[in-house]
Design a protein around this ligand. Sequence first.
Ligand code: PMP
Length: 429
Amino acid sequence: AFTPRIVVPQVTGQPPVPLVTGGEIAYANLDHAASTPCLEAVRRAVDEFLPWYASVHRGAGFASRVSTKVYDRTRDVLRRFTSARDDDLVIFTRNTTDALNLLARALPRDTSVVLFDTEHHAALLPWRGPNVIRVPAPRTRAAAVSVVDSALAACPEGPRLVVVTGASNVTGELLPVAEIAAVARRHGARVALDAAQLAPHRPISLRELDVDFVALSGHKLYAPFGAGALVGRADWLSEARPYLAGGGATKAVRVSDEAAGGLEVEWNPGPERHEAGSPNTVGVHALGVACARLAANWDAVIAHEDALLDRLGRGLRTVPGLAELRLFDGEAARVGTVAFVVDGFDPGLLAAVLSAEYGIGVRDGAFCAHVAARRLISVAGGEGIRALRVSLGLGTTEEHVDRLVTALRRIVTEGAHWAYTTSDGRWEP
Ligand code: PMP
């Protein structure tokens, strides 16, 4: 069995305010959807690699050759991790936001882009122009497929792209990606998958899903910050203007018109075209090791998270006044991310109490998905744009989940704690 070994911040000892729970706390990170802790295997690999990083594709020295090998080999890791087609490119980026912005700049002229308005801002905002069609996300998965169908039918002639997330960063629900891709194909459209939230939890197959591009972030799948990837169709990517202009992206540069200061630039094809500048070799290595570890352990990863999600769901149902946010009516397949509002309690205040008094890290706010947050909170019977989000991962234990549920029940049923109440026991956010 796979026992994920996580680099756990050792926050133990007395918290800054007296504990309701009493005694010592160990930090419970229930914010995996924002960023995940680092796998021990990743830390080891980075430690081993640190003495060796050097310029990639540029140096003749031994360290440069080691670095180049590690960097290029990681493209193959990502290729396998996403079941990429033989001719797909793997472009290293900083993160998903960077990858989707790169793709947005690489679209052929007059590409129509169809997407749900509930997407994360990283997927919602990079597309510009009159041909961007943002459709309100419907309340069932079947309707989600059919509104994409209708939107594509109404697109003008020319290239088309559907952008869809694999799993919602607000609700954890899975989107019907394969079904949307099938519809897109019928309209001659391509599909880009925002896999920031799916990649840490489920295998992704470009081939099986029949999608054209996938974007992901290392820091959400158990590597540190700084590296992500865009994987997908070579034709659009190789024909596009380079994402960044600079060294590494060029094959040849010469003066074309000395008097006018003109330059003739021949850009590289392939991933290098969009990777100008010295790359983040250490980050890329960390990303690759994390992907490889996940890929070798999917059954255990999914079993671990499903059991905890089930426990969390059962626990949250016992918290009075708690209403969960959902994209879709009814039960839908999901990863371990749950957002909710609690009647009468400010999410920011709840998050602060959970942190200060129970050592639990959660996220409150609108999760960089303002349209989704506002709408889903209103459907859940709440108000405003802020909710609380709990997200599980390999760093989560049953004790973390139980602690959260106990904490919420206590805060809600006992109404108050000294630090946050007025003298007559009212909550005062
Ligand atoms: N898409 C989704 C669904 C996300 O959850 C996130 C991160 N919250 C992003 C894109 C952006 O990822 P990053 O911040 O790593 O660029």
